[in-house]
Design a protein around this ligand. Structure first.
Ligand SMILES: Nc1nc2c(c(=O)[nH]1)N[C@H]1C(S)=C(S)[C@@H](COP(=O)(O)OP(=O)(O)OC[C@H]3O[C@@H](n4cnc5c(N)ncnc54)[C@H](O)[C@@H]3O)O[C@H]1N2
Ligand code: MOO
Length: 448
């Protein structure tokens, strides 16, 4: 059997960051910069006022006090806006607004509160040092300066800075486009009425969501039947348009394990037994240069495999470090057993979190429920995957073990409900559904 680490290493050796291209700021959000961004402009681009008040020459108000204010004639107004203001003559003041260009000759701004606010003339009650409340050109960014280095994740502050330095289309690694393809003749789309022997295709939804959480753009193809031609057709239909394919099902040793049947010997695809529980049967390789991850069909096996193998690969494709889920160390609350020779991932609930709800030194893990590969409720209820090493068979209560934190990104993905879908009156009518929005549009062979 291959170890978990060997399988991951083999995957990471074959995936690379997506080819850089320029993208508008909205598309670039959440992407990783593919090259250094240098400024071609200064920021601020001109000397301007930091306060609403009066632009003056500091020397003219040097003797101003509350008891003996200095009065200057006000020769005009400078609002923030285009244009170059007239130079300021000695012995005069000009009303100026925050952000407005400083007139030549002025070397200080007296804020409104230090004056009587006069329009024709102004009484200044305090002296102003030279440079007071002036934001100098280039004080934040000088032309030619490195604004953001390659490898930066473009979040809100970075988007703001790119816009400020007038970079409309930064070079980025585009989000990987991922096709999620579930195989199984028994599968029907969620919301359908089920016949005997049919089950809802939950994998394509779960894996698509996991891929979105990992920063991918997802195309979901549901329920490809267990027929080699149908699978080959569905796969080749998407290969030219995606950066990766994730399949679920059809990789064990059964008679209708179509993914294995079609892909064995294709490109660099190889099927291995990985020493882990859940998720033993795994396949990976490139077909026409596109990485294909063939995950096992059991729903928990598919999602756990995604977290261990596909998430780090998608991170690398996004231009990030190929890290997996955040790792913590917890105390095991109840004694556990595990199979020898396989790394076991136990779905656990975490008790005794710290005051912020985060795991701390007192955090204790207990199983979240049934640990069968088909038992999704315990995965949905789990906060972490406790990791039991291959050589451990008995874990006593009180042992300290590593655990992988689940569910960190679900609230942060970009492709949530659209405006049209946020109508609260929609309670959904999908078969078997309680409340919630109706079924989303599937695409692919079983699309209806
Ligand atoms: N004789 C053996 N049988 C099995 C072995 C083995 O070593 N020898 N391994 C078991 C393990 S472990 C796993 S994991 C599964 C992997 O099976 P496949 O990847 O071939 O998946 P399927 O047979 O198609 O389905 C397995 C299971 O999962 C359900 N499923 C599949 N797709 C979906 C979906 N899209 N949504 C929801 N549920 C899905 C399917 O109905 C089956 O119950 O093989 C074991 N067998
Ligand atoms: O390894 Mo399978 O993934 O047990 O269910």
């Amino acid at each position: 059997m291959t170890t978990v680490d060997e399988h991951l290493e083999r995957i990471l050796a074959e995936v690379a960051p997506t080819r850089p291209r320029r993208a508008g700021l909205e598309q670039a959000h959440g992407c990783v910069l593919a090259a250094d961004v240098r400024a071609t402009v200064a920021l601020p681009s001109f000397d301007n006022s930091a306060m609403d008040g009066y632009a003056v020459r500091a020397a003219d108000v040097a003797a101003a006090t509350a008891d003996a204010p200095t009065t200057l004639p006000v020769v005009g107004d400078i609002p923030a806006g285009p244009g170059t203001p007239a130079p300021l003559d000695p012995g005069t003041a000009v009303r100026i607004m925050t952000g407005a260009p400083l007139p030549r000759g002025a070397d200080a701004v007296v804020q409104l509160e230090w004056t009587d606010g006069g329009r024709a003339s102004v009484a200044v009650r305090r002296p102003a040092a030279r440079g007071l409340h002036i934001r100098r050109a280039g004080e934040d960014v000088t032309p030619g300066a490195l604004v953001l280095p390659a490898g930066t994740v473009i979040g809100s502050a970075q988007i703001g800075l790119l816009a400020a330095v007038n970079v409309a289309r930064p070079p980025v690694h585009p989000r990987p486009r991922v096709a999620v393809l579930s195989t199984g003749t028994e599968l029907v789309e969620v919301g359908s009425r089920l016949g005997a022997g049919q089950i809802v295709d939950s994998n394509s939804h779960g894996i698509a969501a996991a891929a979105r959480e990992a920063g991918a753009i997802v195309r979901r193809l549901t329920g490809v039947p267990d027929e080699p031609d149908a699978f080959a057709k569905a796969l080749h239909g998407v290969l030219g348009e995606v950066d990766a394919v994730v399949t679920t099902g059809g990789v064990s040793v059964g008679a209708y394990d179509v993914v294995k049947e079609v892909l064995t010997g294709t490109g660099s695809v190889r099927f291995d037994q990985v020493a882990m529980q859940p998720g033993k049967p795994q396949g990976f390789g490139l077909v026409d240069g596109v990485p294909i991850f063939t995950l096992p069909g059991n729903p928990v096996s598919a999602l756990v495999s995604f977290e261990l193998f596909v998430r780090p690969a998608l991170r690398r494709m996004r231009g990030l470090a190929a890290t997996g889920l955040p790792r913590i160390v917890v105390t095991v609350g109840t004694a556990l057993r595990s199979q020898p020779g396989r790394r076991t991932f136990v779905r656990v609930v975490l008790d005794h979190l710290d005051v912020d709800g985060r795991p701390g030194p007192d955090t204790v893990a207990r199983p979240a429920g049934g640990q069968g590969s088909h038992q999704l409720t315990s995965l949905a209820g789990a906060q972490a995957l406790l990791v039991i090493a291959e050589d451990m068979t008995e874990v006593p209560a009180g042992a300290r073990l590593p655990a992988l934190l689940l569910g960190g990104d679900a609230g942060a993905i970009l492709s949530g409900m659209g405006w049209a879908e946020t109508d609260r009156s929609d309670t959904g009518t999908g078969a078997g559904a309680g409340v919630g929005v109706g079924p989303s549009e599937p695409s692919g062979p079983n699309a209806r």
